[in-house]
Design a protein around this ligand. Structure first.
Ligand code: ASP
Ligand code: MG
Length: 406
């Protein structure tokens, strides 16, 4: 029999009534003949509340942090199994350590290495729905682990692969992936299909529909993801898969933005091999995620200016790292700026259409928006701009690339 994995995010299981609605969605798929494994998040707000409580205690222990955070998903899995039984569907909850979902790496950011499918497949023989707690696993030392905020998406994709499921349906509070953020722009269009690559760019560029690493897992395991709304379950939402034919004639399929970017410029940096490596190594050791990087060297002097961006929350630490490097690397000074945002246009069709960058920059200049840094990939162009101009930039790019007409 065919297997489906259905994942319900925090806002889709945010109350007992919503959990009962989720049970009805599951029932429909179940009665059409599928064997079903469900992955659940914690009820919305729960994980944050648990973190607040942890922060009230001064001692830190990542293993206990995981033990505490994993409780959110445990509650939802039990409640949903009960709600399914209430409507006469055979169901049971499964925690990470019970299946088990084996993880490697450090607490708080563990990686799933294997999901044992035997218990779930045995249950399917009795038409039992498996309700699996997302976000958690068990480490090699037997302790409970978690896999990073938003990690239930990844649990679902991994489980779909372990069960060889036909599809992985991610139920959330939006009914798919849009051409841009619907809260910012009025005439957005829902995309029926998005390629994995486009989705990764959109997710990491601030379109917060899916956790980026879950899309990376989907590519690796070739899992088709359908993003759907639990508030409009008859709607098929957006399919995320390898097939991009749908969008081939369209150069740009989305505009994404992320606020809270900070820019750091090292002025008068000595220009010789190994300097950039030293700087970026020192930042990565502190888990600082550098995004855009630009270097301008002066031909007549053995000096360069090096600019890079980091999340604003990492700015202070980045400056500290550079201060510490002062004893081993020669530079004149460091300047930094926050209140910046990154706006990106994304589209797999960009690969074979020239002039897209020019059109983007022209549109921004007509709106009097200054570009501070530019970075590109094959299917994306990003610019760093004044945060106050984010909305104007997103709206005008959405319009100039005719995304409202998709
Ligand atoms: N409950 C966890 C979080 O809020 C995991 C998830 O919802 O995916 O990050
Ligand atoms: Mg989520």
């Amino acid at each position: 029999m065919s297997i489906l994995v259905l994942k319900f995010g925090g806002t889709s299981v945010g109350s007992v009534d919503l959990i009962k609605s989720a049970a009805q969605i599951i029932k429909k798929e179940y009665e059409s003949g599928y064997d079903i494994a469900v992955v659940v998040s914690a009820m919305s707000g729960t994980t944050n509340k648990l973190i607040e409580n942890i922060n009230l205690i001064n001692s830190q222990d990542d293993a206990e942090y995981d033990a505490i955070l994993a409780s959110g998903e445990q509650v939802t899995s039990g409640l949903l199994a009960l709600a399914l039984k209430e409507i006469n569907i055979n169901a049971r909850s499964w925690l990470g350590w019970q299946l088990p979902i084996v993880t490697s790496g450090n607490h708080r950011h563990s990686l799933i290495s294997k999901i044992e499918n035997k218990n779930i497949l045995d249950g399917f023989l009795n038409r039992q729905v498996a309700v699996v707690a997302g976000f958690q696993g068990v480490g090699s030392n037997g302790r409970i682990t978690t896999i990073g905020r938003g990690g239930s998406d990844n649990t679902a994709v991994f489980l779909a692969s372990a069960l060889n499921a036909e599809r992985c349906d991610i139920y959330t509070d939006v009914d798919g992936v849009y051409t841009t953020d619907p809260r910012m722009v009025d005439n957005v269009k829902r995309l029926d299909k998005v390629s994995y690559e486009e989705m990764i760019e959109m997710a990491s560029q601030g379109a917060k529909v899916l956790q980026t690493s879950s899309v990376e897992s989907a590519i690796k395991h070739n899992v088709k993801i359908q993003v759907r709304s639990s508030f409009d379950p008859d709607n098929m939402g957006t399919l995320i898969s390898e097939d991009v034919l749908n969008n081939e004639n369209q150069a740009v399929t989305g505009v994404a933005y992320s606020k809270d970017e900070a820019k750091v410029t090292i002025i008068g940096l000595v220009d010789k091999p190994g300097i950039a490596a030293t700087i970026f190594n020192s930042l990565s050791v502190k888990s600082i995620n550098v995004d855009m990087i630009v270097q301008n060297n002066f031909i007549e002097r053995e000096e360069t200016n090096l600019t890079f961006t980091v999340p604003v929350t990492d700015l202070k630490q980045s400056l500290q790292v550079l201060e510490e490097l002062k004893s081993i690397i020669v530079f004149e000074k460091v300047i930094s700026e926050d209140n910046l945002s990154k706006v990106s246009i994304i589209g797999a069709g960009m690969r074979n259409q020239p002039g897209i960058a020019a059109k983007m920059f022209d549109c921004l200049s007509k709106n009097n928006i200054n570009i501070e840094v530019i970075s590109t990939s094959e299917i994306k162009i990003s610019v760093l701009i004044d945060m106050a101009k984010t909305e104007v930039a997103v709206k005008s790019l959405h319009q100039i690339f005719e995304l409202d007409k998709l």
